[in-house]
Design a protein around this ligand. Structure first.
Ligand SMILES: Cc1cc2nc3c(=O)[nH]c(=O)nc-3n(C[C@H](O)[C@H](O)[C@H](O)COP(=O)(O)OP(=O)(O)OC[C@H]3O[C@@H](n4cnc5c(N)ncnc54)[C@H](O)[C@@H]3O)c2cc1C
Length: 155
């Protein structure tokens, strides 16, 4: 087995479940957490695995063993408060402000409509910085003017 392992290489290939409102976490009346999940996008996933397997064979690995992970190793949860241009289909506006509440912003992974099967952390951080700039533009000037006004009147 170790000889086999010594000549092997592991690859982690990521695909994504496309948005489905029925895939969600809910709370039962008795307080138990319920996860509803049906895998989708399986055709794309299988095509990705096939293409990668072809590449690996071409590189000289004749034996390919694949294993599909299940929901227990889901890592890029997002989309529970997705942003968008239309309040009818999104929770947040493009600046991550809740459409219905004027002073509430959401800046975690939930704004992403889809993870696009890529690592999302840097995008989450970038969007949070963009939202911070927006908030600064909206309220920052008024906040900064306060000490200046005080100084002027003291002088
Ligand atoms: C095993 C694993 C590997 C990953 N690898 C990568 C990777 O290589 N690259 C990448 O880009 N992404 C990776 N991710 C995904 C990435 O970690 C997440 O997408 C990202 O951290 C989500 O950011 P977030 O701010 O939405 O949530 P989190 O980072 O989960 O932050 C939520 C925070 O809220 C806190 N919190 C929760 N409830 C409460 C409460 N009631 N009161 C106060 N605080 C609370 C939590 O303690 C936590 O600190 C990985 C995820 C996992 C699980």
């Amino acid at each position: 087995m170790s000889t086999f392992a010594d000549r092997s290489v592991d690859w982690w290939i990521m695909s994504e479940d496309l948005p489905d409102p029925n895939n969600r976490v809910t709370l039962d009346p008795d307080g138990k957490i319920r996860l509803s999940y049906t895998a989708n996008n399986l055709k794309s996933h299988s095509e990705l695995v096939q293409v990668w397997s072809r590449h690996m064979r071409w590189l000289g690995y004749p034996l390919i063993i694949t294993n599909k992970m299940d929901i227990k190793v889901s890592m890029h949860q997002c989309g529970t408060a997705r942003f968008g241009n239309d309040p009818a289909t999104s929770v947040l506006d493009p600046n991550c402000k809740v459409w219905d509440v004027d002073n509430l912003y959401v800046v975690d992974a939930s704004f992403l409509p889809s993870s696009t099967a890529l690592n999302p952390s840097l995008t989450i951080v970038a969007q949070a910085m963009r939202t911070a700039e927006h908030i600064l533009g909206r309220w920052g000037e008024a906040t900064r003017e306060t000490p200046a006004t005080t100084t002027t009147s003291a002088a």
